[in-house]
Design a protein around this ligand. Structure first.
Ligand SMILES: Nc1nc2c(ncn2[C@@H]2O[C@H](COP(=O)(O)OP(=O)(O)O)[C@@H](O)[C@H]2O)c(=O)[nH]1
Ligand SMILES: [Mg+2]
Length: 286
């Protein structure tokens, strides 16, 4: 409120204004994002990570930022139901739900690790290549094949995944099963072979902050390092964030991190479009 802002020193108030202005600009920039390829109208991003890492919450949270209010989607927390066995794409909409942004986030069943059965490497790669139809139900004993209902035989750029975002929970980074790291590295190798760039989202950072009253920055730095090791990724590809989980109102600091994540994702999706364009048209001779 204004009463509180009045008691602040001018520099703090200036900083706060700066955050709000940046926030507005960022929402506007992302809302008006369009892929740099004429072949596609939206960047399709696949979220991959263990059950409970916050994939569905991320989609819901990003949607909330653009809606201007917290919207909770039913898909959050539905860990072992059939809901998560399907692939679902969510078009992120602008304020008032009108203009869709140039971003589609794809949610799917969580990766295995331990005794959980997740999607197979084959099925994940089929999605990325654009063969899998929307709403396809994954089943470990029925791999995606050309006989699969709705199978896309000759996928074009618009059917494919343009960027992969790995999602890991910062509060569980020390206790994830060891074979999860192997799964990630294997996935990364194959996805890189397809020419698709990858980033990572480190969720639940609000929980690691409450774990200790001591030096939070130290804990935070160490978790970023651990996430990098788990994924075999440099920390410059990892964005820390907190999803909206139980709060009723938006918070500008939470929004800022969520928007950074989206910005980061779009940057790497666009890199894919640029790579793709130069592959097909070659250098311009002028
Ligand atoms: N505190 C906190 N809880 C989160 C965060 N992200 C997700 N959650 C909660 O973690 C649980 C699992 O999240 P969900 O999005 O369903 O994970 P998914 O299985 O990867 O789709 C839910 O209860 C969420 O409310 C976060 O950043 N912070
Ligand atoms: Mg989910």
């Amino acid at each position: 409120g204004s009463a509180r802002s009045n008691s602040k020193d001018p520099s703090a108030q200036e900083a706060e204004t700066k955050i709000i202005v940046n926030h507005t600009i960022r929402i506007w920039t992302i809302s008006s994002y369009r892929p740099s390829s004429a072949e596609v109208t939206r960047a399709q991003v696949l979220l991959l990570g263990p059950v409970g890492s916050g994939k569905s919450s991320f989609i819901s949270s990003v949607q909330s930022v653009f809606n201007g209010r917290v919207t909770n989607r039913a898909m959050v927390g539905s860990s072992s139901t059939s809901f998560t066995k399907k692939m679902q794409s969510f078009n992120i909409h602008g304020q008032n739900g009108e203009d869709p942004t140039g971003l589609i986030l794809c949610d799917m069943v969580g990766l295995g690790g331990g005794e959980m059965i997740g999607p197979t490497l084959h099925d994940i790669l089929s999605i990325i290549k654009g063969h899998v139809p929307e709403g396809h139900k994954f089943s470990p004993d029925q791999p995606v094949r050309s006989e699969t209902v709705g199978y896309v035989k000759r996928p074009s750029l618009k059917d494919k995944i343009h960027c992969v975002a790995f999602v890991v929970d910062a509060s569980k980074i020390l206790t994830y099963p060891k074979d999860l790291s192997t799964t990630f590295q294997q996935l990364r190798e194959h996805i890189s072979d397809l020419g698709v760039h990858q980033v990572a989202l480190l969720t639940h950072i609000d929980q690691i902050c409450s774990e200790t009253d001591k030096d939070t920055t130290q804990v935070y730095k160490s978790r970023m390092g651990k996430a990098g090791a788990l994924l075999g990724m440099s920390s410059s590809y990892i964005v820390p964030l907190k999803n909206y989980s139980s709060e009723l109102d938006l918070d500008v600091n939470t929004d800022v991190l969520l928007l950074s994540a989206v910005d980061h994702i779009l940057q790497y999706a666009d890199l894919h479009f640029q790579d793709h364009a130069s592959l097909h048209t070659g250098p311009k001779i002028d």
